[in-house]
Design a protein around this ligand. Structure first.
Ligand SMILES: [Zn+2]
Length: 270
């Protein structure tokens, strides 16, 4: 058989053409991790039943700003800005906030009115403390979460006149697959997590409170206050599947060592 000689220039052009034909997955532009408070809890076993009973733990509390060509999304709003420089002590521990959310947004050039989208993982007070600051934004929350939290006999987690957009499951936020709300119930009835694709960092999943810290994530532990243990486990498996499929990284909101190891706003990941 005669060898087939392909001129080098043609071969190179072919390689370039086949590279160009590769679809480039749409990505968000940047993610910033903002300090949205800290909780010094007296007993870790509230989150890890039977494990480390009576051992204190300090939990971080993050908010995340995701910049996309089509808009700015804030994920969770943290403890209320009114707590800035103060502390609040209850039976379970002490919550503080070193810096306001508004000041940290200003540091990256944003006013609350520039944040056109807000999504909250769930309605606990360390996640919805500043929702009312974004009354002009599209606020994305699971219907199951909203209807439960604002149900009869419950204390409204934020002012009831704040308009929200109720979701029934996953949402492709910008319509290009780059930022996806994932329905991950279990911690609460309508808990959600967020999958973010970035050009250099790759895929990140923001946990919400699907897991509170690394040890709980690795051992698939279910906190005592969760609304459903079975739903929690199913949601953890769902997240694990997404991470595996995209070789992604889980950012665990309340895991202080992980939070400290990451770039903090105004630094960012892209
Ligand atoms: Zn929380």
């Amino acid at each position: 058989m005669r060898p087939i000689h392909v001129p080098a220039a043609i071969a190179a052009a072919f390689i370039l053409a086949s590279c160009a034909a590769q679809p480039i997955a749409p990505t968000a532009q940047r993610i910033y991790a903002l300090d949205c408070g800290q909780n010094s809890a007296l007993d870790q076993s509230r989150w890890s039943p039977g494990v480390n009973a009576g051992v204190p733990i300090v939990l971080s509390d993050n908010c995340y700003v995701i910049r996309h060509a089509k808009g700015v999304l804030l994920w969770d709003t943290g403890y209320p800005d009114a707590l800035t420089g103060k502390s609040q002590t209850g039976a379970l521990g002490t919550a503080t906030r070193a810096k306001s959310l508004a000041a940290q947004l200003a540091e990256i050039g944003l006013k609350p009115s520039d944040v056109n989208l807000v999504a909250v993982s769930h309605t606990h007070g360390d996640h919805v403390g500043n929702v009312a600051m974004f009354a002009g934004s599209r606020i994305l929350i699971q219907r199951a979460e909203y209807d439960w939290a604002f149900g009869a006999g419950r204390t409204a987690p934020f002012p009831a006149d704040v308009k929200v957009e109720k979701l029934d499951g996953d949402l492709d936020v910008f319509g290009d697959g780059s930022v996806m709300i994932l329905s991950t119930p279990g911690h609460t009835l309508g808990h959600q997590s967020l999958r973010v694709r970035l050009a250099h960092t790759g895929t990140i999943v923001l946990s919400g409170d699907a897991a509170h810290f690394r040890d709980n994530w690795e051992n698939r532990r279910v906190p005592s206050m969760n609304t459903s243990a079975d739903a929690t486990r199913a949601s953890l498996e769902r997240i694990a599947g997404v991470l595996k499929a995209e070789n992604g990284t889980l950012w665990i909101n309340h895991d202080l060592p992980q939070s400290r190891s990451q770039r903090r706003s105004p630094e960012f990941y892209d």
